[in-house]
Design a protein around this ligand. Sequence first.
Ligand SMILES: NC(=O)C1=CN([C@@H]2O[C@H](COP(=O)(O)OP(=O)(O)OC[C@H]3O[C@@H](n4cnc5c(N)ncnc54)[C@H](OP(=O)(O)O)[C@@H]3O)[C@@H](O)[C@H]2O)C=CC1
Ligand SMILES: O=C1O[C@H](COP(=O)(O)O)[C@@H](O)[C@H](O)[C@H]1O
Length: 597
Amino acid sequence: MASCCFSSSATNSRSIYSSASILQRIQQQHVIVSVASPGLQYNKFSLRSNSNSPSFPLAAASQDGAISTTVTSIENDIPLKKVRDTKISVAPPEESKGITPFDLNKDKSSVTITVVGASGDLAKKKIFPALFALYYEDCLPEHFTIFGYARSKMTDAELREMVSKTLTCRIDKRANCGEKMEQFLKRCFYHSGQYDSEANFAELDKKLKEHEAGTIANRLFYLSIPPNIFINAVKSASTSASSANGWTRVIVEKPFGRDSESSAALTTALKQYLEEDQIFRIDHYLGKELVENLSVLRFSNLIFEPLWSRQFIRNVQLIFSEDFGTEGRGGYFDNYGIVRDIMQNHLLQILALFAMETPVSLDAEDIRNEKVKVLRSMRPIQLDDVVIGQYKSHTRGGVNYPAYTDDKTVPHNSLTPTFAAAALFIDNARWDGVPFLMKAGKALHDRRTEIRVQFRHVPGNLYKRNFGTDLDHETNELVIRVQPDEAIYLKINNKVPGLGMRLDRSNLNLLYSTRYSGEIPDAYERLLLDAVEGERRLFIRSDELDAAWSLFTPVLKDLEDKKTVPEYYPYGSRGPVGAHYLAAKYKVRWGDFAGDQ
Ligand SMILES: NC(=O)C1=CN([C@@H]2O[C@H](COP(=O)(O)OP(=O)(O)OC[C@H]3O[C@@H](n4cnc5c(N)ncnc54)[C@H](OP(=O)(O)O)[C@@H]3O)[C@@H](O)[C@H]2O)C=CC1
Ligand SMILES: O=C1O[C@H](COP(=O)(O)O)[C@@H](O)[C@H](O)[C@H]1O
């Protein structure tokens, strides 16, 4: 079996997170949990808590104690309550919640993943390839089925044909890939229907039932559709196709509204049909390897956390750039712009993880509590602290690159920003006065996402003569390159070997491709797996979303009310010069412009 989540190892980090959730919910007498064990994935067990016992094992044993298993998720609705030092042991079957007799020989649950909007771009590009990668790695439960749902007419065979063309992910070069693909495609089915039709979803429900094995039928719906039809689809799906006896979860794609008001309205509408813990708001940047690593870097290395404050950090930069325009997505993009598309979600989420205080534990609620706290400590962005740009056409090497407004789906006089830079501030004791600069743009000279942490100068530096008059120039800089070529490197000042005393800046470099041989999973793989497992840590809670919109809504409104004209920059350039003036206002130099990067 490939190394994946369904291992019996108690040191598996996924298991530890899940066990933390159990610690929070173990107060009542009988707990129904899903237990994963080699070859016995997703069995339901009834566990009995015994509060007199001094220890809490990460692994639960089967009734006869023969098989050691790892607890992965809880399936009941009891309120969160923290009780430590609680021992759990496997108890005889409970009649509650439709759990039938305890039987290690039968797997009682299935998971169906329905991709709503299966004919679309995201489904083809990301969701089906990610599901296949999970299947290839044996990460999906034993009884799983995938359904595509959309209005387009397609047979199962046509869906499989469409999906097979997209499975060109990292897996396709691996051993027995063809065989695995065939097996995977056999698990894929299609149902055509309208998004607002309860009758059509009832038909889907009927088909799902035909494929669901065992007594517990868990269902995950992935809403890969435009936002204006989210609510109709949620209403129809929850009314007509919710699981009768297992969990029903819904992954919602961004955009989650376009400002505080519309986001709150979306949340209210979703909550008419779903509980908050059924809603998985996805921000795929949270599934990126180096974003997930941020907390590890901070909280498990002594050398970073003590420096992580205004005392030592001069500024933090969050940089996103793409070397292509809005090609094909202009219609969507023009209604949102780069601030909503990238800054309010992806970059702000990274900022929150970067700047939050140490969470009580790695449990989803503890982490999200800290993220909300830091977001709520931030100042709403001021108009003076934002620069916007839009790309114009440019000819280079005989090739003509289009302007944003050349896109047929974009109004010719659109003022929508395709580039923005902003300065943000966190008004708390740790970060008072430290500028957090964000920069995001399309059609720039390269594709990259990185976090740059510029440290203060060394007080009373013995070598200050080597730095000229600007002591802040040659300071340490920590760079976390999220993509491409994942890396973490620290710029240090170093003596150039030789008889003289010449200093230069060198990198202590952790380049992932040279350090780690394994492939880095796509963000959607991690997030889909988490949703199946009920792990909410990397999904956005509604109060986080409210806090995020509060920061951006006033300035977005100002920009739109004042019809602010963006600064035009040539396709393929480094973006508007205004971004430098903004940085200079806070005595910052963008790190991605330095010669030695
Ligand atoms: N594509 C991407 O790279 C990313 C997308 N997202 C988000 O994911 C979601 C899906 O994106 P994407 O796949 O690009 O979207 P698409 O525009 O490709 O739409 C997905 C499917 O929805 C149906 N659809 C499209 N427009 C309408 C409409 N006006 N009314 C009813 N149904 C419609 C179509 O299926 P049919 O006609 O067969 O019903 C289409 O195949 C969106 O919320 C998007 O914002 C987020 C990040 C990146
Ligand atoms: O959410 C979005 O992200 C993509 C960039 O994602 P990446 O994983 O390829 O970096 C961006 O192109 C798109 O505009 C935006 O909606």
